[in-house]
Design a protein around this ligand. Sequence first.
Ligand SMILES: [Fe+2]
Length: 240
Amino acid sequence: MKKILLLGDIHANYPALRAIEKYIKPDRFDHIINTGDFTVYSTFPNETIQWFRERKKTISILGNTDRRVLRILKGKKLKKPRKEEKRAMYFWTSENLLSKNSAYLKSLPKQADFTVGKIRIGLFHGTLDDPDEELFPSAPASRFQQLAKCSSYQVQIMGHSHVPYYKVADGVHFINPGSAGRMFDGDPRASFAILKISSGKIGVEHFRIPYPVKEVVKSLKKNRLPDIYTKMFQIGKKLN
Ligand SMILES: [Fe+2]
């Protein structure tokens, strides 16, 4: 049996990542997947990226927040987001990111794939069509069927919507592990999933575990970042 740890949308929330690490001991997994958005909204982008850099069995892709941070570092204009408090988080991240960690981000693709036994697995931040598409479990069945049709992946792992789910459409397994570090559903606990593949059979389990939100709050305040994010992490809801 192969065991695959599914992480995504960590958003620089290293205290959440560390809580997951303690809970499941990642070294026992055959692969550790990250669907992107390593950075922005919490204050630990370096610790988060380093955690992945130090591990050999990881497969990671970029998310939209990571791509924006890289744009700033390239000296390009940041058109979106427009809200000042959001922009502050992007600029804070780009100013505080160590060069070895930004180099690691630059090396990552927008999407990836790998094979377990005979099963082909695609990894996307949004969807295989669009890295910025937010695919919610409530999307019409026809959308999942379209995505199932236009590739040979039997498993599609996605992030971006921050909603944990597992759906099967036309024989294709769609999995979103939810956000490890920035939940939107009013439950601030960290979300992740475990994918198990045994003799071609696929099993998925989602988890929600508590982490020390206080550490994130303390660091946001210490760095004088907008109060709205303190509340966001405390209540587990998107506030802007
Ligand atoms: Fe995200």
